[in-house]
Design a protein around this ligand. Structure first.
Ligand code: AMP
Length: 287
């Protein structure tokens, strides 16, 4: 596996691959790789001739400086995992390389940005959108892989690609979980043993909400059932547990049941100093 730290070098590498008619796949990450990331890489390797993974802890998408400072960085271990997964190139720029000048361009995403992660993390999606747009221009992949774990991010990037005509196929992979249900996340490394032990409650709350909806409960009743699960665990500071349209991320009418469109149950909560998010997606109700 080759490692590039310079924008010009990764651009030259994928330009050459495209010129020899190779299909280029791309997996953007912030590193501290786990099995969820590696699943994305393996999917890309299976579908493409040349796969680039980027590792860049993007300062512009952190609204909390303490979270940025504490974000785990283990590039050597990550590189070994990527090579083992069959990745062909690692793009590992530093912040000065990605942002040689302070960017003056701002992206915004309309109603997608006013809810959930957008509402709780001001500026987060502007930062995500900017770095993903830059990375897609630099790598120019035929296809790029993202995780359903970050459902709202997928919706934002889908909108970015559609509105700005990026010539890339977006592929979304299901969330990889620990055996106890906890969604894999680089931030899980920062949980204390006690916090790690209660963390799967987050998924249990999603599951209780999902089951209630599938049994015909209203959105409000199902949401209350999930919130009750979280309330029973005092270690959590819950930001939200909501039932939303899986594509627009907008809240569903509280007094109705599952709609004839895809629904998501989404949750965000702090466990000590660590903020965790998760979601499950339900198929459209049968009519
Ligand atoms: P991150 O390094 O957290 O920015 O994540 C990089 C990519 O991996 C994003 O597309 C995430 O949605 C995806 N990802 C993170 N955690 C998981 C997981 N547990 N399962 C599947 N994909 C994931």
């Amino acid at each position: 596996m080759q490692t590039f730290t310079q924008r010009a070098d990764v651009r030259a590498f994928t330009t050459a691959a495209r010129q020899t008619r190779q299909r280029v796949g791309f997996v953007p990450t912030m590193g501290a790789l786990h099995a969820g990331h590696l699943d994305l890489v393996r999917r890309a390797v299976a579908a493409c001739d040349m796969v680039v993974t980027s590792i860049f802890v993007n300062p512009r998408q952190f609204n909390n400086p303490a979270d940025l400072a504490a974000y785990p960085r283990v590039p050597d271990a990550d590189a070994a995992l990527l090579a083992e997964a069959g990745c062909h190139a690692l793009f590992l720029p530093d912040a000065a390389e990605m942002y040689p000048a302070v960017p003056q361009t701002t992206l915004s995403f309309g109603s997608l940005e006013t809810v959930l992660e957008g509402a709780h993390r001001p500026g987060h999606f502007a930062g995500v959108g900017l770095v993903v747009a830059k990375l897609l221009h630099l790598v120019a992949p035929h296809a790029a892989w993202f995780g359903q774990k970050d459902l709202q991010q997928v919706a934002v990037i889908r909108q970015l690609v559609r509105d700005l005509d990026f010539d890339v196929a977006l592929e979304v992979a299901p969330t990889t979980r620990e055996p106890d249900g906890l969604a894999m996340s680089s931030r899980n490394r920062r949980l204390s043993p006690q916090e790690r032990a209660v963390a799967p409650t987050l998924y249990r709350a999603l599951d209780v909400t999902r089951t209630a909806l599938l049994r015909g409960a209203t959105v409000a009743a199902a949401q209350a059932a999930g919130q009750e699960v979280l309330a029973a665990e005092p270690a959590f500071q819950v930001e939200y547990l909501e039932v939303v349209d899986a594509n627009t991320l907008q809240a569903l009418p509280p007094d109705e049941g599952l709609p004839p469109t895809e629904t998501a149950v989404v949750v965000a909560a702090h466990l000590g100093a660590v903020r965790l998010i998760d979601n499950v997606v339900l198929p459209p109700a049968l009519s």
